[in-house]
Ligand binder design. Structure first.
Ligand SMILES: Nc1nc2c(ncn2[C@@H]2O[C@H](COP(=O)(O)OP(=O)(O)OP(=O)(O)O)[C@@H](O)[C@H]2O)c(=O)[nH]1
Ligand SMILES: [Mg+2]
Length: 313
């Protein structure tokens, strides 16, 4: 799972754009319906293919289509296009959960940001800091916990200056647990309320990364204790398809994840990954990243997500 950037990039280069996009997925379902007239086996098979193409994952696609079949069996009067889309929405909706990421100004809060390299962690940290600073809900410190890559510390510092957040750092190669521990101490002594900690997305190998992240996790739990709030946020790049699903499984299994932030939703040709992760791992989503600008981070809204995915107009 870790360090797959090269493979992902080459995959993206090999097949630039999928014909399925969150915007036209619903339109294609409608096309499928009008083309077939009747809803029969061929329709269900095509719908299943369409769901797989849109990154729902094979298992979820099969399940959803079976549930739709079942629904239709129980509604012998037939099913209009709109009814079918509404039913598909109501089959997907129950698994979609929102994680409300509004820091409590009364409590010391730490968000540990996890994800493979290139997922969009550092940019997302900057966007979150920008939002929380603008709304005045928190006094923010950024912790430069990605000490593996030399440029990562500078990158966070530049973002920190831009959004007006203090950055706690040590030099390249230092212990990320120590950097984050320092950041907590300095937040406490200056009465800052929110620490957002960056982490490395890649190390020499996966075992090293899991070990490192587990150590960071332990340090934070011990230092923050029950009086504060500690959340692990996993950043997934929407354009990585089923690889994103594997990343979510792997991080959740090895470190434990509280909420997912999906980045690059603006550049994805597929929207089903959100539903796939929600359905399989029962994880809530906090934000969708929809561009590179500081304001391009929107709270996850299931109804908007479903409308965009299935409205098709
Ligand atoms: N279009 C788009 N690009 C994004 C979004 N979020 C991040 N990016 C871009 O993705 C690239 C990688 O982002 P980073 O924030 O550096 O990713 P990272 O996870 O910190 O990467 P490493 O530090 O290498 O582990 C940058 O060019 C970002 O501008 C998004 O929501 N939409
Ligand atoms: Mg980074």
């Amino acid at each position: 799972m870790f360090g797959r950037r090269k493979k992902q990039n080459s995959r993206v280069t090999d097949s630039p754009v999928s014909p399925v996009s969150p915007k036209n997925f619903g339109r294609r379902i409608k096309e499928l319906l009008s083309r077939r007239g009747q809803i029969g086996e061929a329709f269900y098979e095509e719908l299943e293919d369409l769901l797989v193409e849109a990154d729902f994952g094979a298992a979820a696609a099969v399940d959803l289509v079976n549930e739709l079949r079942e629904y239709r069996r129980n509604n012998s009067g037939g099913l209009s296009r709109d009814e079918l889309i509404e039913e598909l929405k109501s089959l997907i909706r129950p698994s979609l959960k929102v994680f409300n990421l509004t820091p409590d100004p009364e409590k010391l809060t730490l968000y540990l940001v996890l994800g493979v390299n290139g997922a969009g962690k550092t940019t997302t940290i900057a966007k979150m800091a920008h939002q929380f600073a603008q709304s005045g809900t928190a006094k923010i410190v950024l912790a430069a916990g990605d000490t593996f890559r030399a440029a990562a510390i500078d990158q966070l510092e530049i973002h920190g200056q831009r959004v007006g957040a203090r950055v706690v750092k040590q030099e390249h190669g230092s212990d990320p647990g120590a950097v984050i521990y320092d950041a907590i101490n300095s937040a406490v002594s200056r009465s800052d309320t929110l620490i957002i900690a960056d982490t490395a997305g890649r190390m020499h190998n996966r075992t090293n990364l899991v070990k490192e992240l587990s150590k960071i996790d332990r340090i934070i739990r011990e230092r923050i204790g029950n009086s504060g709030v500690y959340r692990k946020l996993l950043v997934i790049d929407a354009t990585t398809g089923q690889n994103g699903m594997r990343q979510a499984e792997s991080f959740h299994e090895s470190i434990g994840v509280d909420a997912v932030i999906m980045t690059k939703y603006d550049s994805t040709a597929k929207g089903g990954l959100v539903a796939a992760i929600s359905r399989k791992l029962n994880l809530p989503f906090a934000f969708l990243g929809r561009g590179e600008g500081m304001d391009d981070l929107l709270p996850f809204n299931p109804e908007i997500y479903l409308d965009e995915l299935l409205a098709g107009d």
